[in-house]
Design a protein around this ligand. Structure first.
Ligand code: FAD
Length: 388
C-alpha cells in the first residue's frame, strides 16, 4: 500500500493504546500512536493514581490469563524502567452472608471470585467476619461479612504505567502524534484511512483504543456502549500508619442489598495521609465531551456518610480532593475487542466497564499479536454477542 504513515496506527494512547503501541514496538512493527491529548492525562478513564488488580477475577475466568500476563509485563517494565508500577499489597473481595450482592454485572461476586481462584489455582483464603475483624481492626463490621483474600492482589499506578509504556515504545522506534483528533475511520483499498484535524493518515492496520470516545469512531458500538461519570474521593486519615499497605489491603466491599451498597478502596500510599475510596454509579449517562468534571463537596460528604463513616475507623469527613473519571459500559459488563464492521483492517478494543486497567498490558500484547497476523483467542469479547 503506497503512501502509508505507518504499518499500524493506534488511535488513543490511554491504558489500552499505550500497551498496544509498546507491544507493537517490541515486535519491530512500524507503528504510529495518535492521541487527542498528551497522555497520561486526566480527561479519559485512566487517571486517579491507582487501579485495583486481582488475579481471581470474579468477572469471569476468560479474563484470568490477561491479568496474569499483565502482572508479568508490568514486573518486566519495572525492571526496564526503574519505575514502581505494581504494588501487591493483597486484596479483599467482601460481601455479607445471606445478602445477594453483584458487582460489574455479575451476581454473587464473592462466590464467583472464590470459584475463579479455585479454577485457576490462585492462592487465596476465605475469611469470616471474626477473622476479618482480627486482621483489620480498621474495619467496622456487622458480623456476617465474609471475604476472599488474595495475597497477589493489589494496585497498579495507571499514569506511571502509561508514561512508562509510551516512553519505552518511543525508544523502541514507535512514533507518536499527540494533540491530534481522529475524526473518522474508513476503508482505503486494502488498508485504512484516518481523517484527523491535522490531515489524512493511512495505514495497513488500525487499532482503535479511544476509550469513552470510541463509539464516535465506530458507530456499531453506539447501541451497546454508554459512558458513565464516576467519582474518586480522597479522605484524610487520623493515623496513616494504620492504613499503610503492610497493614491494609485494597478492598471491594458489598455491604448491603441495595443497588449502590458498595464501595472500594486503597491503602494510604507512601508519603500520603489520605485514603482513596469510590463507588460506581450506573444510573446516569454522560458523554466524554459533555461530562461534568467538577466534583461538588456535597458529593464527597454524601459518599463519606453512606459508605465510609459506618465502616472505616479514623477516616475523616472533610475530603482532601476528588476527581471525576469515565466508565465506558456494555450491557453485560464485558469488554469489546473485535474487527470494526465495514472497515477491514481495523480492530476496536474497548476494555472498560470499570475493570479494564488490570488487563491492559496483557490485552495490548494480544492485540499487537493479532494485528501482526497471529491467531489470538479473544472470542469472549466479540461484538456479535450483543446481536450487533
Ligand atoms: C473511576 C474509575 C475507576 C476504575 N477502577 C478500576 C480498577 O480498580 N481496576 C481496573 O482494572 N480498572 C478500573 N477502571 C477501568 C480502567 O481504568 C479502564 O478500563 C481503562 O483505563 C480504559 O482504558 P482505555 O485505554 O480504554 O481508555 P483511556 O485510557 O481513556 O484512553 C483513551 C484515549 O483515547 C484518546 N482519544 C479518544 N478519542 C480520540 C480521538 N478521536 N483521536 C485521538 N485520540 C483519542 C483519549 O485522549 C485517551 O487518551 C476504572 C475506571 C474508572 C474511570
Amino acid at each position: 500500500m503506497a503512501g502509508v504513515s505507518a504499518d499500524v496506527i493506534v488511535v488513543g494512547l490511554g491504558a489500552m493504546g499505550a500497551a498496544t503501541l509498546l507491544a507493537l514496538a517490541r515486535r519491530g512493527v512500524s507503528a504510529l500512536g495518535i492521541d487527542r491529548f498528551h497522555p497520561p492525562h486526566d480527561q479519559g478513564s485512566s487517571h486517579g493514581e491507582t487501579r485495583i488488580t486481582r488475579l481471581a477475577v470474579g468477572e469471569g475466568a476468560a479474563y484470568a490469563p490477561l491479568v496474569a500476563r499483565s502482572h508479568e509485563l508490568w514486573r518486566g517494565l519495572e525492571a526496564e524502567t526503574g519505575e514502581e508500577l505494581l504494588l501487591q499489597c493483597g486484596g479483599l473481595v467482601m460481601g455479607r452472608r445471606g445478602i445477594a450482592t453483584g458487582h460489574h454485572g455479575k451476581p454473587a461476586f464473592v462466590e464467583r471470585t472464590i470459584e475463579v481462584a479455585r479454577q485457576c489455582a490462585i492462592p487465596h483464603e476465605v475469611l469470616e467476619a471474626d477473622e476479618l475483624g482480627r486482621r483489620y481492626p480498621q474495619m467496622r463490621l456487622e458480623g456476617d461479612e465474609f471475604a476472599s483474600y488474595e495475597p497477589s492482589a493489589g494496585l497498579v499506578f495507571p499514569e506511571r504505567c502509561i508514561a512508562a509504556q509510551l516512553e519505552l515504545a518511543g525508544r523502541l522506534g514507535a512514533r507518536m502524534q499527540l494533540g491530534t483528533v481522529v475524526r473518522s475511520v474508513a476503508r482505503d483499498g486494502d488498508g485504512v484511512c484516518l481523517t484527523t484535524d491535522h490531515g489524512l493518515l493511512r495505514a495497513g492496520r488500525v487499532v482503535l483504543t479511544a476509550g469513552a470516545w470510541t463509539s464516535g469512531l465506530v458507530p456499531a458500538l453506539a447501541p451497546v456502549t454508554s459512558v458513565r461519570r464516576q467519582v474518586l474521593h480522597w479522605f484524610p486519615v487520623a493515623d496513616p500508619a494504620s492504613y499503610a499497605p503492610e497493614r491494609f489491603p485494597i478492598f471491594i466491599w458489598m455491604h448491603g442489598p441495595r443497588e449502590g451498597d458498595y464501595f472500594y478502596g486503597f491503602p494510604c500510599l507512601d508519603g500520603q495521609a489520605s485514603l482513596k475510596v469510590a463507588t460506581e454509579q450506573a444510573e446516569e449517562e454522560t458523554t466524554a465531551d459533555g461530562v461534568d468534571r467538577q466534583v461538588a463537596a456535597k458529593e464527597s460528604s454524601a459518599f463519606h456518610a453512606r459508605h465510609v463513616a459506618p465502616r472505616l475507623a479514623g477516616v475523616l469527613a472533610a475530603r482532601e480532593r476528588a476527581a471525576a473519571c469515565l466508565y465506558t459500559v456494555t450491557p453485560d459488563g464485558g469488554f469489546i475487542v473485535d474487527d470494526v464492521p465495514g472497515v477491514p483492517g481495523a480492530i476496536v478494543a474497548s476494555p472498560c466497564s470499570g475493570h479494564g486497567f488490570k488487563h491492559s498490558a496483557g490485552l495490548g500484547e494480544a492485540l499487537a499479536a493479532r494485528v501482526s497476523g497471529a491467531a489470538v483467542g479473544l472470542e469472549a469479547f466479540r461484538l456479535g454477542r450483543f446481536g450487533a
